[in-house]
Design a protein around this ligand. Structure first.
Ligand code: M6R
Length: 609
């Protein structure tokens, strides 16, 4: 999971490559590098760590040229080091790569036996050597790349340049994304659209098995055998400003505050203003192909998996269809029982998560229909699924997922209401209540965001903790898991989410005066039961942080901090309870001085197993 960029044209390539890489740093930031052809020879600059380190190298030792490639890396094979940083050169060839070459060990042995000198520990370097070896046999960079690709097993988005053919780039895609940007007298390659938006809005998303041959004046798309593909460009209408921090200190805070708008965008055009009915034409072809949905299986990873856990409650409550939830990384290795009567729903912000993508392939292979909830339009999962409900949350730059999560929940409400209405199993009163709550949701989130001052005070109290417990029940239990994950990933504090009633079966042993316990306590049918669990916490000295729409005298007495959210339909409380948890994790992380937007060891989109 890396970011790749390429430029061919008349302008100074270095600036364009570095600015593109900045927009892709969310994909990984272990090292970065660029390569250009200077006076007929390949020249490379690389640096370990974030892009600023590469910029410092370039400031000290500039690289000037009008064709180049650049890379920002998330290490898979080979530790983060300058030697392992891309681009990787062999003879007259230089390559950048995102993905994993599964047969690289065998290829490397063969190359070494043939006399190649391998300089890095990466799987990528074999690609440059294979292409260089092919070039030596004759042909050009295109045919040499095609011949090399034929020997690769695994996933790759590559961009290739040869000193013998300056002014030409070759890119190819298998299982990891490549987008080609079309300019006037210049053309571009990138892993993702934001890298291109400052230069062009006309793009071609390569499909798996496709490659492109770029010069300043031409782009030809073809399959790996050279058969031309007629691909119509798409015009991207995203505003590049949405990819900026917009005045906030961190992308994460900006994205938390964007949630009222992103939920408006998710629901836009999907609730009929007069009748209040849900409109999801995306589902029609899918549902027409399934006689009766007997079961729903939701598959996702990380935060998206937590959205799936809430999705189970929603689908079972609204449509009364038995639903189970699995991790992308587990699903396909358990020989899952899934077939044409099962609807699979996959959830992925990026649409590129390798484990989720593999689950889609597994399910489709067994005849199940797949509905995807994705944010990134035209992403790999979106293209593989039978139908997609896009969340339209806009680019999410911060590694920790926030607006993607609440828009995924929103998509589940829409899907649950639609499945419930179509099956005739949804109680009309519940339907009306939930649709009304959905319409009100953006305003209510705006209200929930107003608790920031209280949250900052609470974050100061929590920041020194080593462990934090998150408790909730029922449909809000997944939100406890999500709150714990947010805290872990950005503040590096150990945190665990537990069903409140389970605490007495083990985790209670952890509780003392140093362990804050964050509890989600909406005024629902289990309020009293959860309050009893909190008394067990209080009597062991634990510090209670209550997030609630209703604080009675008892809760007020035993809590160190109470953060209130507005009240809504019980089914939609998970969204409102999420907001303070996101802010709490954010302010604890700020208090601890961590790298909020790019936490250590993490990357935004996990395109490897
Ligand atoms: O792009 P996806 O939604 O498929 O990503 C899934 C997870 O990798 C992602 O949600 C991850 O857990 C986030 N860093 C959580 O904030």
């Amino acid at each position: 999971m890396c970011g790749i960029v390429g430029y061919v044209g008349e302008r100074e390539a270095g600036k364009i490559l570095v600015s593109g890489l900045r927009k892709l740093e969310y994909r990984g930031y272990d090292s970065a590098g660029i390569a250009m052809i200077v006076d007929g020879a390949i020249d490379v600059r690389r640096a370990v760590g974030k892009l600023d380190n590469l910029q410092a190298v370039l400031d000290a030792d500039p690289l000037l040229g009008t064709t180049g490639i650049g890379h920002t890396r998330w290490a898979t094979h080979g530790r983060p080091s300058e030697q392992n940083a891309h681009p990787h050169r062999a003879g007259d060839v230089v390559v950048i790569h995102n993905g994993i070459i599964e047969n690289y060990v065998a290829l490397r042995e063969a190359l070494v036996a043939a006399g190649a000198e391998i300089a890095s520990e990466t799987d990528t370097e074999v690609i440059s050597h294979l292409i260089d070896a092919e070039l030596r046999k004759g042909g050009d960079i295109l045919t040499a790349t095609q011949a090399a690709i034929a020997r690769l097993d695994g996933s790759f988005a590559i961009c290739v340049m040869s000193a013998k053919e300056p002014g030409r780039l070759i890119t190819a895609k298998n299982s990891t994304p490549v987008v080609v940007g079309l300019g006037e007298g210049e053309n571009f390659v990138a892993s993702d659209v934001p890298a291109l938006l400052d230069y062009t809005r006309d793009v071609v998303f390569l499909e798996d098995g496709e490659m492109a041959d770029l010069t300043a004046g031409s782009v030809e798309v073809m399959d790996f055998h050279g058969n031309r593909r007629d691909r119509k460009p798409r015009r991207i209408t995203w505003d590049p400003v949405t990819a900026q921090k917009g005045g906030y200190k961190h992308f994460l805070l900006k994205e938390i505050h964007e949630q009222p708008q992103s939920i408006i965008d998710t629901t836009r055009g999907r609730i009929a203003p007069e009748t209040g009915e849900v409109l999801l034409p995306e589902l029609e072809p899918l549902l027409a192909g399934i006689k009766q949905i007997e079961r729903v299986v939701i598959v996702a990873c990380g935060t998206a998996w937590h959205a799936g856990l809430v999705g189970k409650f929603i689908i079972e409550r609204f449509a009364r269809i038995p639903t189970e939830v699995d991790y992308g990384s587990e699903f396909r290795y358990r020989d899952p029982l899934i077939g044409p009567e099962t609807l699979m729903i996959v959830v992925s912000q990026s649409g590129e998560t390798a484990d989720t993508l593999a689950a889609v392939e597994e399910a489709r292979g067994k005849g199940a229909k797949v509905l995807a909830i994705c944010n990134v339009v035209e992403s790999s999962i979106a293209r593989k699924a039978d139908a997609v409900v896009y969340t339209h949350a806009g680019p999410e730059i911060s590694v920790a997922s926030t607006k993607a999560f609440t828009t995924q929940l929103t998509a589940f409400y829409l899907i649950g209401l639609e499945l419930g209405a179509k099956s005739g199993r949804l109680d009309p009163a519940l339907e009306a209540e939930c649709i009304d709550a959905l319409v009100q949701l953006p305003n209510l989130i705006g209200e929930a965001l107003k608790s920031e001052e209280q949250i900052i005070r609470t974050a100061r109290m929590m920041a020194p903790a080593q462990d934090v417990l998150y408790l909730a029940r029922g449909i809000n239990y997944p939100i406890a898991l999500e709150g714990a994950l947010k805290l872990k990933e950005i503040s590096y504090i150990h945190a665990e989410g537990y069903p409140a009633g389970e605490m007495k079966h083990g985790p209670i042993a952890l509780i003392d005066e140093n362990v804050p316990v964050v509890v989600l306590l909406p005024n629902d049918e289990v309020y009293g039961k959860t309050l009893s669990n909190l008394k067990e916490v209080e009597s062991r000295g634990g510090k209670i942080v209550a997030i609630t729409d209703y604080a009675d005298a008892e809760l007020t007495k035993i809590s160190e901090s109470i953060i209130t959210v507005p009240r809504t339909s019980t089914s939609l409380m998970p969204v409102l309870l999420t907001i303070p948890l996101q802010l709490l994790a954010y302010y604890v992380a700020v208090e601890r001085g961590t790298d909020v937007d790019q936490p250590r060891n993490l990357a935004k989109s996990v395109t490897v197993e």
